[in-house]
Design a protein around this ligand. Sequence first.
Ligand SMILES: Nc1ncnc2c1ncn2[C@@H]1O[C@H](COP(=O)(O)OP(=O)(O)OP(=O)(O)O)[C@@H](O)[C@H]1O
Length: 259
Amino acid sequence: MNSIPAIDVRGLNRSFGGLRATANVSFSIQQGTVTALIGPNGAGKTTVFNLITNLFPADSGEVDFHGTRIDGLSPVEIAELGLIRTFQTARVFPGMTVLENLLVGRHHKVRQGLLQQMLWLPSAQREEASLRERAEALLDLVGLSRYRDTHAADLPMGAKKLVEVLRALMAQPSVLLLDEPAAGLNDTETAELAALLLAIRETGITILVVEHNMSLVMGIADQIVVLEAGAVIAEGTPDEIQRNPRVIRAYLGEEVSPC
Ligand SMILES: Nc1ncnc2c1ncn2[C@@H]1O[C@H](COP(=O)(O)OP(=O)(O)OP(=O)(O)O)[C@@H](O)[C@H]1O
């Protein structure tokens, strides 16, 4: 493929004290694909997310987003460009309803100026109405409409995780970074999540996902990047990764196959 990658990470290094959390990590993600970042606990996966979104800076290395350098931008600036992430523990606003949680996801993108919003002009009202429509359509898509007015705190874990993904979608990202979206989900919820992620990819959105659930990873990923002790030890299709002896060794006999 010769198109500009959605994300291009080059030589990312980050140490915490004496510990090298990422060691010269490089990989590229083509637009409109699903890439899974996998590896044993402590391999550096979340650190890579934190470096891409600049929650903390790398010691060295570069990150391009659609061909433009973003290392050095603030997390908010990066989000505004359309690179949106979720976190390992579902971060919903517990006191808000599900619908309100989704509307918050779009908040920073609302085109109307503050003054217009305060005065609640007709154009601002139209914008609010179309956001609500979009939020309701997303809830409908994943079968969560019944929870529309439920406080997020009262949701089952699976629904919370889906709400977090939907809230990220409300920001109309071109790239989604999902940190362990299937953690805590049962098999049915995981299957729903897989279907949602594939539907998101169908719309052209690029996905980078950190995930321990190998069935999910093998079922949805176009490309897999494997980290061990901070370094990339393998890259390839799910088939290639499952056969890679180094990957199998890194997992110390953990099940890598979806069967
Ligand atoms: N803010 C931090 N301060 C100190 N050490 C950190 C920090 N963030 C990560 N580390 C360390 O860096 C290493 C990589 O951690 P990271 O969370 O990126 O791994 P991971 O692959 O995401 O692990 P898991 O699958 O368990 O979530 C670990 O040894 C971790 O303890």
